[in-house]
Design a protein around this ligand. Structure first.
Ligand code: OAD
Length: 241
């Protein structure tokens, strides 16, 4: 019932934006942040994912991101990511605005992606800003140009979001007929402000839809992979008729 409603809304919409969070990738084996098994249940983000940790506790900072980058090599995008890529190819999606740093949306073929929190697969020097190969970071190297500290292009606590990704997400969400929010707790500012910027219909897909204080027109409880597959089934049936 709810999946079929979403499929209908997608077919009626001239502009649909998807906003994803870590729950989009848990079915690929990547932990989220705030669930029972999430990263921030065991580690205080200030000690490994903040500007202070980069400046004052670099070894721990580097170890944390090396571990996350390394664990990505054992994980792959799942069927839900593939469905989102097929929706873009079929003209059903305007943009994926994502908080995820794994690049899985791009890996499965989505081209219209705004990385609101950057990514952990590209590296730059914290001092001179020059890009460097991922391998240098994994090998504990310093910047080849200025001997500065290397870091992933991820947004740390205490940093502002990439301007272009933010502006693009805001613009598309403001103009969207439909915004589908998948697998995010919406606890993190400023991304959690984005859904309310839309005048269109708002849909929330999450394992846990209870206790969400944001206003949504439709709540769908379930895993991202299962729900997207169900919606896609309705779309395929309707579009084939
Ligand atoms: P959270 O861990 O805060 O929220 C993940 C949400 O996904 C929770 O509401 C879960 O219930 C839900 N979830 C988990 N598995 C799911 C599944 N298979 N299907 C559907 N829903 C599922 O992660 P985010 O909201 O993405 O920032 O966190 C936002 C930011 O906080 C992250 O981008 C990260 C973190 O600090 C940075 O690293 C800059």
């Amino acid at each position: 019932m709810t999946a079929s409603t979403l499929a209908q809304w997608m077919l009626q919409s001239n502009s649909t934006v998807i906003l994803t969070g870590a729950g989009m990738s848990t079915e690929s084996g990547i932990p989220d942040f705030r669930s029972r098994t999430g990263w921030w249940k065991n580690i205080d983000p200030r000690t490994v994912a903040s500007v202070e940790s980069l400046q004052q506790n670099y070894e721990l900072f580097r170890e944390f991101y090396q571990m996350r980058i390394q664990s990505l090599t054992d994980c792959q995008p799942h069927h839900g990511h593939e469905i989102l890529a097929s929706w873009e190819a079929r003209g059903l999606l305007t943009l994926i605005a994502t908080q995820n740093v794994d690049r899985f949306h791009q890996q499965t073929g989505n081209e219209a992606v705004a990385e609101l929190h950057g990514n952990i697969v590209t590296i730059r020097c914290q001092s001179c800003g020059k890009p460097l190969p991922l391998g240098h970071f994994m090998d504990n190297a310093v910047c080849t140009y200025c001997k500065g500290k290397l870091r992933p292009n991820v947004v740390l606590f205490g940093e502002t979001l990439p301007q272009e990704a933010w502006n693009r997400s805001l613009r598309e969400i403001q103009g969207a007929d439909l915004v589908i929010v998948i697998g995010t707790s919406l606890e993190v500012y400023p991304v959690n402000q984005l859904p309310a910027m839309s005048k269109g219909r708002l849909v929330y897909i999450n394992l846990d839809v209870a206790g969400n204080s944001h206003h949504f027109d439709l709540l769908i409880q379930g895993t991202a992979g299962e729900v997207l597959a169900e919606v896609d089934n309705y779309l395929q049936g309707t579009m084939a008729e």
